[in-house]
Ligand binder design. Structure first.
Ligand code: NDP
Length: 292
């Protein structure tokens, strides 16, 4: 059984990006610039945005953190988005979700210039991705594709069952894995909460992607011997014996499933760490595409 190490792989990708940025600097080119918009002071959002900004600094990107009051109006936020769209020194930006309840998230995401939408949430990017055109792919499915490709997990002609159909994970990964090319060419089944006899499907799968958010849902009796297992789930489960009072669990009962698997991602340390690396990759792509 091979563990797909997201921590190590994401570090490798960051180092690769760092080398490219060093080369850009040596040639006197402007380095990629990412901005992050944070509305309010939600603790988890602050932590996520903080690590995105630190990662930018690590690889040599320019970064800007735009912190806005929780009470900002939708109109004022849209005006800020317009400013960012017009800022030629900025290659890409993200708006950290969730936004306060009085702001329509969809309206904000639609206002982002697709050429700067490094989160890949704009319908223009989603459509381009589905049509095999150059696009910003959402970081989590992009990260899964990189893990599959870099570890040479066989996907061509294999049956992949994706559990979950969300717009940020399940749906895009099902599209990507069914497309032609590296980590693709799979025959994909998409399962969701209305799926009947899920275990019968997962038992037939050569690859199972779990993205539903129910801790340890996939058990050993639901997988066939030698299957590759990708666990996207991240759930905090209360655990008083732990200093933080909780532990992070994936959607897979790791120990028992690992004993049957050919490849498996751990949680934490699997898909999760890939996310920021892929955001950086998208920002580098934005820099390259925008200068063309
Ligand atoms: P959503 O809640 O948006 O989607 C969950 C999906 O799972 C839905 O399609 C739902 O079906 C399906 N589902 C729910 N219950 C069942 C069931 N019993 N059987 C089959 N399918 C079911 O979640 P996300 O896609 O946003 O996230 C999924 C998990 O991945 C979460 O734990 C999240 O924290 C984690 N995550 C991790 C990331 C990372 O970086 N590693 C990034 C993003 C998410 P239906 O559509 O019918 O409701």
């Amino acid at each position: 059984m091979i563990r797909l190490d997201g921590k190590e792989t994401s570090n490798t990708i960051k180092e690769e990006i760092k080398v490219q940025v060093t080369e850009m600097k040596a040639k006197g080119e402007r380095v990629p610039h990412l901005a992050a918009v944070l509305v309010g002071t939600d603790g988890a959002s602050l932590t996520y945005v903080g690590s995105k900004v630190r990662s930018c600094e690590y690889v040599g990107f320019d970064s800007t953190l735009i912190q806005l009051e929780e009470t900002i109006t939708e109109e004022a936020l849209l005006a800020q988005i317009d400013t960012l769209n017009k800022d030629e020194r900025l290659d890409g930006y993200i708006v950290q979700l969730p936004l306060p309840k009085h702001i329509d998230e969809e309206k904000i995401l639609l206002a982002i210039d697709p050429k700067k939408d490094v989160d890949g949430f704009h319908p223009a990017n989603f459509g381009r991705m589905a049509l095999d055109l150059d696009a910003f792919i959402p970081a989590t499915p992009f990260g899964i594709m990189q893990l599959l490709e870099r570890y040479k997990v066989p996907t061509s002609g294999k049956h992949c069952v994706v559990v979950g159909r969300s717009h940020i994970v399940g749906r895009p990964i099902s599209i990507l894995m069914s497309q032609k090319g590296p980590a693709g060419d799979a025959t994909v089944t998409v399962a969701h909460s209305r799926t009947q006899n899920l275990a019968e499907l997962t038992r037939q799968a050569d690859i199972v992607v779990m993205a539903l958010g129910i801790p340890e849902y996939l058990t050993a009796d639901m997988v066939k011997e030698g299957a590759a297992i990708i666990d996207v789930g991240i759930t905090r489960v209360a655990d008083e014996s732990h200093p933080k009072g909780y532990v992070i669990k994936g959607d897979v009962a790791f120990d028992e499933v690992a004993a049957k698997a050919s490849y498996i991602t751990p949680v934490p340390g699997g898909v999760g760490p890939m996310t920021i690396a892929m955001l950086l990759k998208n920002t580098l792509l934005a820099r390259q595409w925008n200068q063309a």
